[in-house]
Design a protein. Structure first.
Length: 176
């Protein structure tokens, strides 16, 4: 453990480290972070060839691998980009324990996405979320990484759950 005057990871984390020398930046050499906006999210999705629409709240929504996803900017200053997906299945309440065990295993073993369930129309709906605070902006590559992470890991968890739980019975699908 580090004490005063030592350079352990906690000391480095909380600023007890020598200041790095100022390095001059060459304009145009690197992309500077810009505010996250729904226009930038839409531009990324369009460049990737994805189809989507903008809902009445101004959020971007679309379907990936059959699952509904939303892209939202949250928080008082709209700095938190959230990619939220809803599994294309829902589960009867009597399967709650198996579903919760599978989701708990996922959440314990992986960083992304956060997975949770909500009751909807007397069934259990499953959601996956990746949320990143972009208060200081993001480059196009960083923004794209958040979006790709949210979509990729969301689809991955839904596929995983589908292989662990019994096949679906007749159930209502997610709202379009």
């Amino acid at each position: 453990m580090s004490g005063p005057g030592q350079t352990g990871w906690l000391a480095r984390l909380f600023g007890n480290r020598p200041k790095a020398p100022d390095v001059p930046r060459v304009r145009g050499a690197a992309e500077l972070p810009a505010a996250a906006t729904m226009d930038r999210v839409g531009t990324f999705l369009t460049r990737r060839g994805y189809r989507f629409r903008v809902d009445e709240d101004g959020d971007i929504t679309g379907t990936w691998e059959g699952h509904r996803f939303w892209f939202m900017l949250l928080g008082p200053e709209q700095h938190v980009l959230q990619v939220r997906g809803r599994w294309d299945r829902s589960v009867p309440p009597d399967a709650r324990l198996a579903l919760l065990q599978a989701m708990n295993d996922w959440n314990r073993e992986r960083i992304w996405p956060k997975v949770y369930t909500r009751e909807e129309d007397d069934r259990l709906a499953v959601y996956a979320e990746v949320s990143v605070d972009l208060e200081h902006g993001a480059t196009d590559a960083q923004l794209g990484q958040v979006i790709s992470c949210g979509l990729g890991t969301g689809v991955q968890v839904f596929s995983s759950l589908g292989s662990l739980l019994p096949p679906p019975d007749d159930e209502p699908g997610p709202e379009a």
